[in-house]
Ligand binder design. Sequence first.
Ligand SMILES: Cc1cc2nc3c(=O)[nH]c(=O)nc-3n(C[C@H](O)[C@H](O)[C@H](O)COP(=O)(O)OP(=O)(O)OC[C@H]3O[C@@H](n4cnc5c(N)ncnc54)[C@H](O)[C@@H]3O)c2cc1C
Length: 263
Amino acid sequence: MNRKDMLNKLQEPEKVWDMVVVGGGATGLGVAVDAATRGYSVVLLEMADFAKSTSSRSTKLVHGGVRYLQKGDVALVLEALRERGRMKANAPHLVKDQAFVISNYTYWDNFLYFCGLTLYDLLSFGFGYGRSRFISPKKVMEYLPTSVKKGLKGGIVYHDGQFDDSRMAINLAQTSADNGGVILNKAKVSGIVHDQNGKVAGVKFVDMESGKEMQLKAKSVINACGILVDDLMAMDSPGHSKMVTPSQGVHLVLDIKFLQSDY
Ligand SMILES: Cc1cc2nc3c(=O)[nH]c(=O)nc-3n(C[C@H](O)[C@H](O)[C@H](O)COP(=O)(O)OP(=O)(O)OC[C@H]3O[C@@H](n4cnc5c(N)ncnc54)[C@H](O)[C@@H]3O)c2cc1C
């Protein structure tokens, strides 16, 4: 991927692209792969760098939505488990199995988590990362030696995935480019272009390297701006009321001596 070559591909002002994707995080890059591999002409514009925002700051888990099972949203869990399986099949160099131990201090929790996580395994229909199993209190202490021993009734080992989020993003960018997608970083969308009927017909963007403003015509514009989704909406319809309230997650990084385990 060469930025100059990508920029050169955008020098035909009259060309009408099938799709312009705004935002080079996981969502936008995924759309750009999907579009390019289906034969659509697609341009992705990212104002900073690929995965600069939330998509390089996740907890790095490829989860099948285990917490949605508790809420009874089986359809969502099925979809997430299938996606989890595809990520491992398509990017085995970036996705690996991660085993977790849930340590339980009541017999009811042993029963509840064993049943729930076994259902989680069954729903993965051959896309599983490994079977869940019950383990004794002694095994819990072996697997997680710094656990609180008093009152421990057992534990459940279950599996999900772990991945390198920013490398995944770069690989998606490369895959889209290999399939004809034009993927440009340091390109900030500054306005939406409309046709005579007021329909979205393209975008204006600023090449952040040269400061030059350019325009692209497109049949569709995809808003994949993450937490800035409303800013792009406001460019299309001033007075747009906000859909998203940004929130922030916090990761605590602990020394290995705290857990002394790979679980
Ligand atoms: C604390 C935390 C932990 C998480 N952990 C996990 C996890 O373990 N596993 C998991 O699967 N998911 C996790 N997620 C969710 C996941 O990280 C997000 O769903 C995902 O990264 C969102 O990607 P995105 O592409 O929608 O947004 P973003 O990554 O925010 O990308 C949007 C991009 O749009 C660009 N942009 C904005 N405006 C413009 C403009 N005008 N012109 C050009 N570009 C523009 C931005 O620069 C940005 O790069 C976590 C999220 C958080 C907050």
